[in-house]
Design a protein around this ligand. Structure first.
Ligand code: SF4
Length: 345
């Protein structure tokens, strides 16, 4: 059976070359074709001798993802369905906003965490994505950004389908491929890993000190309310999360973001704003308030425009750093929490 060449580290590719009698510099060329130039067929590797291209095709395969459907929002947001080699499907989104192009990528097919406000949470987790399948999403969204806006991606957020910290190894390998000079050479500062809150993995991310940014999907800052919205909070409560976030800041110097989707009658009262402020003070942080995007599976509603403004101003009066993120791509279900593989159904 042929091996997936994109699962090989540079060292493993070197070892194969040595055994196959291929000079080491050729292994470096092959690696650059795979990860710098994004070759998806050995035939594209035109500066390799024909015999070597054949040797590679005999020993290995490349299993890229493919765009299976695409929708463009009135605001320019592009939602894309990506089909994997085994027929599974995930979604990724390219969001042009304020001169920046952000790619929101998926890390798992479905998700096991069942957050009540999130469409993906209503799909069972099928499998983890491989690093190459994450990098493919970035590459394809970058291409779309160039075609539609004339420039490439400026930021990447792991905020699509799945919990990235529950697919840690492949997510970290994808970060390495996106940031290393042998890969795409992107700055880790422009990459954000967003988690529903797995305390011990947040600490591991801190220890690995990759330079990436961290966002915590908080959405409620008292344990009972948060557990009702996000069952993972039962085993990873707010005290554990605050400790892990402090640890992350101390180790990396990067101020984490708290994502808080404001939902009418759920988490938008003055008392809940004060709970959020108290949690945000437990470590250096910044707060993103997100306008809620309705999904058909649940009954939540967004707070009114003035309700959201009042909530934000309350936090600002407490001298916290607050951004209000208006929804993007809502008309095509591409906004936060709306990804549910509906594109080609
Ligand atoms: S919010 Fe994230 S972790 Fe929660 S169900 Fe959705 S994809 Fe999974």
């Amino acid at each position: 059976m042929k091996k997936d060449i994109r699962k090989l580290t540079p060292e493993a590719l070197n070892a194969w070359a040595l055994e196959a009698g291929v000079p080491a510099y050729r292994a470096r060329q092959i690696y650059a074709w795979l990860w710098q130039k994004g070759a998806l067929e050995f035939a594209e590797m035109t500066d390799l001798p024909l015999a070597l291209r054949q040797q590679l095709a005999d020993a290995f395969e490349i299993k890229p993802i493919q765009i299976s459907a695409q929708q463009i929002s009135r605001d320019g947001t592009i939602k894309t369905a990506f089909r994997q080699h085994d027929g599974n499907q995930v979604e990724g989104v390219m969001i042009p906003s304020g001169g920046r192009n952000t790619a929101c990528v998926s890390s798992q097919v479905g998700c096991s965490l069942n957050c009540k406000f999130c469409a993906t949470g209503y799909l069972d987790r099928q499998r983890n994505l491989e690093a190459a399948e994450i990098v493919d999403q970035v590459r394809m969204l970058d291409q779309l950004a160039r075609e539609h806006t004339g420039k490439g991606l400026s930021n990447i957020v792991y905020m699509g389908m799945g919990e990235p910290l529950l697919n840690y190894q492949e997510v970290m390998r994808s970060v390495e491929l996106l940031t290393s000079p042998q890969g795409l050479g992107m700055s880790p500062q422009r990459i954000t890993i967003s988690t529903a809150g797995i305390a011990k993995m947040i600490k591991r991310l801190a220890d690995d000190n990759t330079g990436v940014q961290l966002a915590l999907s908080l959405h409620a800052a008292n344990d009972a309310a948060r557990t009702a919205l996000m069952p993972i909070n039962e085993s990873n409560g707010l005290d554990l999360l605050a400790e892990a976030m402090s640890y992350f800041y101390d180790k990396t110097g990067n101020r984490p973001t708290l994502e808080y989707t404001v939902m009418e009658g759920v988490n938008d009262t003055v008392k809940e704003m004060e709970e959020l402020a108290a949690f945000a003070r437990r470590f250096p942080s910044k707060i993103n308030l997100i306008e809620y995007n309705p999904i058909s599976m649940a009954d939540f509603r967004p707070s009114s425009h003035s309700g959201l403004q009042d909530f934000a101003q309350g936090l600002e009066r407490k001298r916290l750093i607050v951004n209000v993120r208006r929804s993007r791509g809502k008309d095509i279900d591409a906004a936060c929490g709306q990804l549910a593989n509906k594109l080609d159904k």
